[in-house]
Design a protein around this ligand. Structure first.
Ligand code: SUD
Ligand code: ADP
Length: 287
């Protein structure tokens, strides 16, 4: 039985497009989006404890341990372990690389990797769909990271179908602001009536598809986002991911990204990432 899992990746996602098609009675929005995994993310380390303490050994500025999605994910799974009569505790450390409130799904991905890693270490044996149901209690983005591959998402983001996406490289700009997702969804400026599309519309598109309905709202509220989009649009179809703040542009070749990366104004942090097809921890659920 493994007692440690070191260097667990928690990859980021990009929303290749994001349409808001309606609103549920509880205020959550109905979306259509394609979620793309990329080879950049946070890294988590887990060690099983002999007691039932869940301890986060890394400080995360602005995120107290009890509200950290990692700790909350561990507690949800711990409750399942307890039902099985198990003593489940863990020491967890984090290398936080993704910006918070960046639209890259960092916190959600951390939570998903925690569920995958601890389900393995504690031998709780939950299936993928059971973990996805637990994850949805933490956030609308979490089920996607447990799904394990690029997906066309509907509902509030939890109804997922695997989809093939182009083999792209991305240039990502961090505009230096943190966007509260709830503020964007609750804006009176947000349009909520984009006409629903079919998966085949996306799969059949030769060029960039759709738009991000949250972009206009976020860019108006946070001018650095508008500036980054405007700059990156010189090179292609630049758009915002999720509720922002990060902005990305796809390229076919790595050399093209490198050339543009070298010219990004110094005011922004920018990096390249490659599209990946599967979640790097997906193997933990195969056996
Ligand atoms: C916008 C997206 C697109 O992938 O990503 P991010 O920008 O957060 O990465 C997601 O829908 C965000 O998912 P997630 O960040 O997990 O959201 P949650 O914690 O569940 O919700 C935060 C707040 O956003 C609003 N919300 C979220 C999802 C949704 N489909 N409709 C909503 O209205 C709700 O007001 C909620 O209070
Ligand atoms: N492990 C975590 N990593 C990042 N943010 C977290 C984490 N746990 C809780 N949060 C909270 O979730 C918010 C959204 O973070 P994040 O998931 O990184 O952004 P986004 O939803 O825009 O992709 C943060 O501002 C922070 O308050």
């Amino acid at each position: 039985m493994d007692r440690t899992l070191k260097n667990c990746p928690a990859p980021a996602k990009l929303n290749l497009f994001l349409h808001v098609t309606g609103r549920r009675a509880d205020g959550y929005h109905l979306l259509q989006s394609v979620f793309q995994l990329i080879d950049k993310g946070d890294v988590l380390h887990f060690t099983v404890r002999d007691d039932d303490v869940i301890h986060r050994s890394t400080e995360l500025t602005g995120v107290p341990a009890e509200s950290d999605l990692i700790v909350r994910a561990a507690r949800l799974l711990q409750a399942e372990a307890k039902k099985q009569g198990k003593v489940a505790g863990a020491e967890i450390s984090i290398e936080k690389n993704l910006p918070m409130g960046g639209g890259l799904g960092g916190g959600s991905s951390d939570a998903a990797s925690t569920l995958l890693a601890l389900n393995h270490l504690w031998q709780t044996g939950l299936t993928r769909s059971e973990l996805m149901a637990l994850g949805l209690q933490l956030g609308a983005d979490v089920p996607f990271f447990l799904f394990g591959q690029n997906a066309f998402a509907e509902g509030i983001g939890e109804a997922l179908v695997a989809v093939k996406t182009p083999e792209s490289w991305f240039l990502v700009i961090e505009p230096g602001v943190s966007v509260p997702t709830q503020q964007i969804f609750s804006s009176t400026e947000l349009t909520r009536d984009t006409k629903p599309v079919k998966i085949s519309d996306f799969s059949g598109a030769q060029e960039s598809f759709g738009k991000n309905d949250l972009q206009v709202v976020a860019a108006n509220l946070f001018p650095p986002i508008a500036d980054a989009i405007k700059w990156l649009q010189q090179y292609g179809d630049a758009r915002m991911t999720g509720s922002g703040a990060c902005v990305f542009c796809p390229f076919k070749e790595e050399q093209q990204v490198d050339a543009v990366l070298a010219t990004v104004p110094l005011q922004w942090k920018a990096w390249k990432a490659k599209a990946i097809t599967h979640h790097p921890l997906a193997y933990l659920l195969k056996s």
